[in-house]
Design a protein. Structure first.
Length: 144
């Protein structure tokens, strides 16, 4: 949450939590967002909690205008957001960046490298389902 707010403040970009209140796990996360978000200065920031379908529509409208959107999620959607989603919509995942704060300081930065992810996108379009072998599909680097 802190990272999403910090990035939104630094970039002036809207931050969107991809969460669905009808899903048990997501509903619990939404409660935490509502509890802890007021601990941060969000004055002047655009921060939304949207169901994944609505978050996707919002993000795509911005992509079509050449604008960025910060997706604030957990691991459930991380690979989808950094690999599959941009490859289908943008033709590449190289522009997507995932930033994960590490427990003992520093951050993990991850961006799609186009390894196996294009094959996953092709399979989804052709067969309507996914196989997933993340080996080689992302580039990760650390900064402390």
């Amino acid at each position: 949450m802190k990272l999403g707010v910090t990035r939104a403040r630094a970039t002036g970009t809207p931050a969107v939590f991809w969460l669905d209140s009808d899903r048990g796990h997501d509903a619990q996360i939404i409660e935490k967002v509502k509890t802890y978000l007021p601990d941060h200065d969000i004055t002047g920031l655009e921060i939304k909690i949207l169901k994944p379908v609505d978050a996707m529509k919002f993000s795509l409208e911005r992509v079509r205008r050449g604008e960025d959107t910060i997706s604030v999620t957990g691991n459930v959607l991380r690979d989808y957001l950094t690999d599959l989603f941009p490859i289908i919509e943008l033709g590449t995942s190289a522009r997507m960046l995932s930033i994960v704060p590490l427990l003992q300081g520093g951050q993990l930065f991850e961006t799609g490298a186009g390894g196996s992810a294009p094959k996953h996108a092709q399979q989804l379009v052709k067969e309507g389902h996914l196989r997933w072998d993340s080996l080689g599909s992302t580039v990760r680097w650390c900064h402390r």
